[in-house]
Design a protein around this ligand. Sequence first.
Ligand code: 0O2
Length: 211
Amino acid sequence: MEKEWTRFLLPYEQAVSELTAKFLALKEQYVITKKHVPIEFVIGRVKPVASILEKMERRHIAWGELAQGMEDIAGVRIMCQFVADIYQLVEVMRQRKDMHIIEERDYIANKKASGYRSYHVIVEYPVEMLTGRKTVLAEIQIRTLAMNFWATIEHSLNYKYQGVFPQELKQRLQGAAEAAFRLDQEMSAIREEIKEAQEAFSYYRHNEKKK
Ligand code: 0O2
């Protein structure tokens, strides 16, 4: 059985490492433009077998339906500074020819009941295997650093409470999610102000030079 899992997960491993490398390469391209870089860092993982089995049971997914029925076996997470960066990256992804978007879930505009916010993009991604081309599904989660901070803490608490949080903790987490989102909004507002100040400064310098 272990060998079968290894064989099954191999294209997903490849998809995660290729997609991670591609988003890092995209970041480098932004870096050399000397403009704002919308990517902070990128991580990827293949869902552990125990989590796949748990989700198969919870969602009643049969072994034969696994490749189409579970979209997040291959997962890549991109962290950004600002909410606007997230939408910029989604737009970049929509233009790319090497990954085909089949679904987008905007959990920023429509946060989850838990308080979770992130933008999920499900893509079909082709990997070249020894046996030929295999197209797998992958889930790209794009979120701000503040959203990631919240989700990381909530995720680890989830393990402890198995998803059944005491009422007070649940409310605190929902409150913390709102605080994280307010932080994102504040940072975006500050960023706009900095941009305006920089534009005004360069306009002033330009006019000074003309004198
Ligand atoms: P891991 O370890 O991150 O892979 P489901 O998986 O059934 O809950 P669905 O509809 O398949 O949900 O996909 P969804 O909700 O678009 O994405 C699921 C993934 O999003 C989760 O994967 C988490 O990574 C993240 N996520 C969604 N909701 C929450 C939440 O309330 N809190 C946190 N911290 N993360 C969330 P996994 O498999 O749970 O875990």
